[in-house]
Design a protein around this ligand. Structure first.
Ligand SMILES: Cc1cc2nc3c(=O)[nH]c(=O)nc-3n(C[C@H](O)[C@H](O)[C@H](O)COP(=O)(O)OP(=O)(O)OC[C@H]3O[C@@H](n4cnc5c(N)ncnc54)[C@H](O)[C@@H]3O)c2cc1C
Ligand code: FES
Length: 388
């Protein structure tokens, strides 16, 4: 196992720091999703960004790199200024909970703005929200190695393809650096600039839909959120030829290195990481058994069916099962109907030997976990990316 994997050892979304302490029961994108659920109850502000005086403090990272940081800066800003791209979805407002680092010394006591986003175990291990720490004195932190390799990428949008009435696939050619090394299942953050309908630039997470072996570009499958800041920009303002800033790769959602049969369940743009995984499986001529259930409300919510048929023809163990909750009166549909979870229950009676991979909105994820567990799938074999 490579050192970076050992350092950032993740099982079922649990991130382990080198000393064995845990970040909680989920991390990376899963933790982000869990944290986003708490947005409604927490509205903290970024740590004060005023420079108290010209005093500098030392920030030591993983015992081997030192930064001189003006007192008064937030730790998150200090790190990101040095291109250490600790993830943030809320840009330091204490909402998303993805900016966690382990503090070895310094940093003061855990703040009330942090506690709702940290598990008891994390608090015990001094895992902190870097956006809430104001650097006032010397501080030593531990940051997982994969986070240290996150980079910013200048890209150009080269293709936009309509997949459904509310989903598009965007291709971003990587210019600088010209390639990104990622694992199928990981995600990037897209920097949506200020524009007519949004007074601030925002970052949003999107799962990579392209093949990790074609690492000169990144495909994203984006579903339009009604009045959503970033998706409105992507759908109504982003044109081919336009420069876009991405950062990544982030997250720990990826296929395990076993040959256990797999159940995948997705809805909407939850299709994205599976397209990446299936491409990677095709490249290694995988024979692994994969049953992929994709749910839509109506037939017009289904997408990439032709591509799925091609995967079925080249991956001997792969089966795509589209499920439509309620076909509209004018829609012809001879496939499965009802909830995607009902289709799983119809097809399988015992999933104790399977692994589950889920991607999509929180409702579908929670319902799927319940069903998979009910069919005997062990908790630690259920992996998910929640697009909260
Ligand atoms: C790990 C991860 C991976 C993801 N991957 C994908 C992916 O591959 N594809 C994809 O499409 N999405 C993905 N997402 C979701 C994505 O990050 C965004 O959340 C989504 O695109 C919406 O962003 P937005 O800026 O358009 O909407 P936002 O502006 O964030 O708004 C979201 C919704 O909330 C509503 N809203 C906002 N503010 C309010 C308010 N004050 N009151 C009421 N409603 C409000 C908006 O109308 C909108 O419908 C992923 C998320 C995570 C965490
Ligand atoms: S909680 Fe969002 S960046 Fe810290």
């Amino acid at each position: 196992m490579p050192a970076s994997v050992l350092y950032f050892f993740i099982i079922h979304g649990v991130l382990t720091f080198p000393d064995g302490s845990l970040t909680g029961h989920c991390t990376g994108s899963t933790a982000m999703a869990e944290a986003q659920k708490k947005q409604a109850v927490l509205r903290a502000e970024p740590a004060a960004e005023k420079t108290v005086n010209s005093r500098f403090c030392k920030v030591t990272i993983n015992g081997r790199r030192e930064l001189d940081v003006p007192a008064g800066k937030s730790l998150l800003t200090a790190l990101r200024d040095e291109k250490i791209l600790v993830p943030t979805v809320c840009r330091g407002r204490g909402i998303c909970g993805v900016c966690k680092v382990k503090v070895l010394h310094g940093g003061g006591a855990i703040l009330p703005t942090e506690t709702p986003l940290l598990t008891k175990e994390e608090q015990r291990c001094n895992i902190r929200l870097s956006c809430q720490i104001t650097v006032q004195n010397d501080i030593a932190v531990e940051i997982p190695e994969p986070v240290l390799s996150v980079r910013e990428y200048d890209t150009v949008c080269t293709e936009i393809e309509e997949l459904t009435y509310d989903m598009k696939r965007f291709r971003f050619e990587l210019k600088n650096p010209p390639s990104m090394k990622f694992v199928a299942g990981q995600f990037v953050q897209l920097l949506c600039p200020r524009y007519k309908e949004s007074s601030e630039a925002v970052y949003r997470a999107y799962s990579i839909a392209s093949n990790p072996n074609d690492n000169g570009y990144i495909d994203l499958i984006i579903r339009k959120a009604p009045r959503g800041i970033c998706t409105t920009w992507c759908f109504d303002y982003l044109k081919t030829g336009r420069s876009v800033r991405l950062s990544g790769p982030y997250g720990d959602f990826h296929l395990s290195d076993t040959d256990a049969p797999i159940i995948c369940i997705a809805g909407g743009s939850g299709m994205a990481p599976f397209v990446s995984m299936l491409n990677a499986m095709r490249d290694i001529r995988s024979k692994r058994q994969v049953s992929y259930f994709f749910g839509g409300n109506t037939v017009r919510d289904l997408c990439l069916q032709e591509q799925m048929k091609i995967f079925e023809s080249v991956l001997p163990g792969f089966m795509f099962i589209p499920v439509v909750a309620r076909p509209a009166e004018n829609e012809r549909w001879s496939g499965q109907t009802g909830l995607v979870t009902e289709a799983v229950q119809r097809q399988f009676k015992d999933l104790s030997r399977h692994e589950g991979y889920l991607c999509g909105g929180p409702g579908m994820i929670d319902a799927s976990i319940k069903v998979l567990k009910g069919l005997g799938m062990p908790d630690e074999k259920i992996y998910y990316d929640r697009f909260a």
